[in-house]
Design a protein around this ligand. Structure first.
Ligand code: AMP
Ligand code: MG
Length: 561
């Protein structure tokens, strides 16, 4: 049931009557009325800001170097006219909230940064990072504000607003976020979860009602865009860079404190406070990071900015910026125009960059471990494990359940064929599952025909190479003991039918910028079941349209967000 209160009543009522959750601060002293939904309860159990050292300065917005501390207390900036555009029903469930809760003013106020939860102390984290291969010093949450940690069904969720205003770490930037990048983060993080890729989540997407100035392509054409706030959720938002910043300042006491906190709360099988524990911790981070990257390669996700400040210590995909999805299979492709020349973060380089980033984390942890050898061994193991896991993953994409050393040749062969003519990765692997053991190779090639962007470019020579590959592939399928149908089912659980193609997100953005938010929910719903055939949604099982090939937002993305 909803009640309407004045601000004063709101504060008094909440302080007196609601035990678990209430609004108690109105940032910026804005006057407003709020409605409370008494059923909305969050089981708040903060740890990060309770046990780790805080920046003693409490001024939210004065940009500064923050030493000897893991975070600074920050107040979100209240937006002028917040409105909820979309909420993830899955995340509502995860937090024990109802759809009625989501439609309350209370929800809107909390998750837009208008008000904060009683008994909580929002904060931004201090971290550093290597950006494009170079140490950049202190970065920190320049526009992320952690609200609280919530525990529901034994699962911990740190809730974090992105785009809710400046923090001590905002450096020269404004702390806000625009609608286009917020739609991209909200949709992509939820869709990655349903693809089975470890990721941070997104609870809600709000318009702020304020305008934000951005120069999208960094070419001097600045313009106002609608501002937005996303509420992200993850077990923790700690990054490699949180450890690096202490190591870079030779603050080994706090480095140890942070490592012990992280191990104790998020790596339950490991003993904190010992050298062996830190080594085991690093090994686990390495394993999780590798698993995440293998999943990226499997679904064709390109992160775009794999700086060490964008690497989650829990091995989650984090910070959805200029990311993109492979359409034509091209290991050299990156969506990030800022990285156009070097292509450091191109699709094919992601596993190597993850290793490079782990190497930086190893350097940061070295002072509390005291010897390099165990760390080096873990980094060496990453290389071997990667080769094995990559082949396993590709074998699954090809529907090959039985381990066979000759499969490496089949895998290499297909990657070489993809280079001859632009081939849509998602469509190709999905259609490959329809190939039958009894097929002639020419027939099999017909089955994947829809995946070629320019069928006219398929010369006789290229077709012959494909047919030779299919000869080997079909012969190999005969080693498999399961039926064609069972193989198809397996393949369709590895090879998604629907991914958030770059142009799809852009269509949702274009519509939203002209006031139509329907496509956001349509894509959200579609991408909740990316491995299922959804006959009414066949239009999204299609190659990127030509108009999107070079369109800003669809194939070219900058870090501007
Ligand atoms: P990114 O590469 O997007 O992960 O951002 C790198 C750093 O810049 C991080 O410390 C971010 O918090 C910060 N940052 C990015 N955009 C903004 C913004 N609009 N306002 C303040 N800080 C930002
Ligand atoms: Mg970042």
């Amino acid at each position: 049931m909803l009640y309407t209160y004045t601000m004063q009543e709101c504060i008094e009522t909440l302080q007196n009557k609601i035990n678990n959750l209430s609004i108690f601060v109105i940032p910026n002293n804005r006057e407003y009325k709020c409605k409370l939904n008494r059923s909305m309860k969050l089981n708040i159990q903060d740890t990060f800001n309770k046990v780790l050292p805080a920046d003693p300065l409490s001024d939210s917005t004065v940009r500064r170097e923050v030493k000897n501390a893991c975070f600074s207390h920050v107040q979100p900036t209240a937006p002028s006219a917040p409105s909820l555009l979309h909420v993830s029903t899955d995340m509502l469930n995860n937090l024990g909230l109802s759809e009625e809760d989501a439609s309350s003013d209370f929800f809107k106020n909390i998750f837009s940064g208008t008000a904060i939860l009683d008994g909580t102390a929002p904060y931004s984290m201090c971290y550093g990072g290597h950006q494009f291969g170079h140490w950049a010093g202190q970065l920190g949450d320049g526009r992320a504000i952690n609200l609280a940690e919530v525990v529901h069904n034994d699962q911990r969720w740190a809730l974090q607003l992105k785009g809710a205003g400046p923090t001590p770490y905002s450096r020269g930037a404004d702390g806000f976020a625009v609608l286009r990048s917020s739609i991209r983060e909200h949709l992509c993080s939820e869709s990655m979860f349903h693809l089975g890729v470890p990721t941070t989540r997104s609870l809600s997407l709000m318009l702020t009602g304020d305008q934000v100035m951005r120069d999208v392509m960094y070419d001097g054409n600045s313009a106002y865009e609608p501002g937005a706030v996303v509420c992200r959720a993850a077990e923790s938002f700690i990054r490699f860079g949180n450890f690096q910043i202490f190591a870079s300042r030779e603050d080994y006491d706090n480095l140890r404190v942070l490592a012990d906190y992280t191990i104790k709360h998020f790596f339950p099988g490991i003993t904190a406070g010992t050298k062996e524990g830190y080594v085991q911790f690093f090994k686990e981070v390495s394993n999780r990071t590798l698993k995440m990257v293998i999943d990226w390669q499997r679904v064709g996700f390109v992160h775009g900015v794999m700086n060490t400040d964008n690497m989650s210590i829990l091995g989650l995909t984090i910070d959805y910026g200029p990311y993109g999805w492979l359409e034509g299979y091209d290991p050299k492709w990156t969506p990030n125009t800022t990285d156009r020349n070097q292509r450091r973060y191109r699709y094919g380089n992601q596993p190597t960059v993850a290793l490079w980033n782990l190497f930086q984390l190893a350097n940061a942890l070295h002072p509390i471990i005291g010897e390099g050898k165990p760390l080096e061994e873990i980094l060496e193991a990453y290389k071997a494990d990667f080769s094995e896991l990559f082949v396993d993953m590709m074998r699954k994409k090809l529907g090959l359940a039985i381990d066979n050393r000759g499969d490496v040749e089949l895998i290499d062969g297909i990657v070489q064929l993809f280079a001859l003519s632009e081939t849509d990765m998602t469509i190709f692997f999905r259609l490959l599952s329809t190939v039958l053991k009894v097929d002639a190779s020419a027939n099999a090639l017909e089955r994947v025909h829809k995946s070629f962007y320019k069928p006219d470019e398929l010369t006789d020579d290229i077709k012959n190479q494909w047919i030779k590959w299919f000869d080997k592939y079909i012969e190999r399928l005969h080693d498999e003991t399961i039926s064609d149908v069972a193989r198809m089912e397996n393949m369709n659980r590895t090879n998604p039918k629907y991914v958030l193609r770059n142009y799809m997100a852009q269509l949702a953005i274009d519509a939203a910028e002209s006031g139509d938010y329907g496509l956001i929910d349509e894509l959200y719903t579609l991408l909740r079941n990316p491995y299922d055939d959804q006959p009414s949604q066949e239009k999204w099982f299609a190659k990127r349209p030509e108009w999107a090939r070079h369109k800003i937002g669809s194939s070219m993305l900058s870090c501007s967000s």
